[in-house]
Design a protein around this ligand. Structure first.
Ligand SMILES: [Zn+2]
Length: 247
């Protein structure tokens, strides 16, 4: 994906110590993305929290996928743009749903489009979702953009009641069934750090073990090459973003 760069300045992470020494940014407010790039709003000082562009969908077992997000307390233009990019990434990966922590963000929101057509009228944004009144257990195959190629049957309620906010801050409330109910539950699970593989029967989980081990190997290799930063950098960044946007 070609990354949009607005007025932000990009600095290689390995040059960060020099930048800090010259007093140009406050590292607490800096934002490190998956490509070890620090984004700064202004070249001489950080005046606000730098916007984070989601650049890719993170894969199992990235630690952010286990992050339990707190409710969002504000929606601004930067967040709207982030959400537009989430839809873009979801479409590129041919998915129907994407949760914020799948793009390494700590916000309690997810996006959905369960239709074939990529049109605005089918795009749904759910902020601070709360599921209640689960009914009628059902089993259907699921997959996940953070576990590409892995599919397995997952038992979930066939219908649910949902309360959430949309991007305009208006309340969405209603009973949902079918694919929409399943997608809402799958994505809300993500916001609690739960993956669909956690909900599989033991036997099914065992059958997937080789595939999961392969994801682990790729993750370990990315860690050793610093493509994925150490946990403390990831969690410091998530905490800083959370303090700017969440309750
Ligand atoms: Zn998923």
């Amino acid at each position: 994906m070609k990354k949009k760069i607005h007025r932000d300045i990009l600095v290689r992470f390995d040059s960060l110590p020099d930048v800090i020494e010259h007093g140009t940014i406050n590292p607490v407010n800096a934002c490190v993305n998956m490509h070890d790039v620090v984004k700064i709003i202004a070249p001489t000082q950080v005046t606000a929290f730098a916007r984070y562009d989601p650049v890719e969908i993170i894969k199992y077992p990235h630690p952010t996928l286990r992050y339990q997000s707190k409710p969002l307390k504000r929606i601004d233009a930067a967040l709207r743009e982030t959400i537009t990019e989430m839809f873009q990434l979801m479409y590129e990966a041919q998915g129907i749903g994407l949760a914020a922590n799948q793009v390494d963000l700590p916000y309690r929101l997810f996006v959905l489009n369960i239709h074939e057509e990529r049109s605005k009228e089918h795009e749904m944004v759910f902020i601070n979702p709360v599921i209640s009144k689960p009914k009628d257990p059902d089993e259907k195959e699921e997959g996940c953009l953070s576990l590409p190629g892995v599919y397995a049957p997952v038992r979930r309620p066939a219908s649910i009641h949902l309360t959430a906010l949309n991007l305009s801050g208006e309340t969405i409330e209603g009973d949902f069934g079918g694919l929409l109910a399943r997608a809402i539950q799958h994505e809300t699970d993500h916001l609690d750090g739960i993956l669909f593989i956690d909900r599989l029967a033991d036997l099914v989980q065992k059958q997937l073990q080789d595939e999961l081990d392969q994801f682990q190997k790729t993750h370990d290799a990315n860690r050793s090459q610093n493509v994925i930063p150490p946990d403390e950098i990831i969690f410091d960044r998530l905490a800083a973003m959370e303090s700017a946007y969440c309750v």
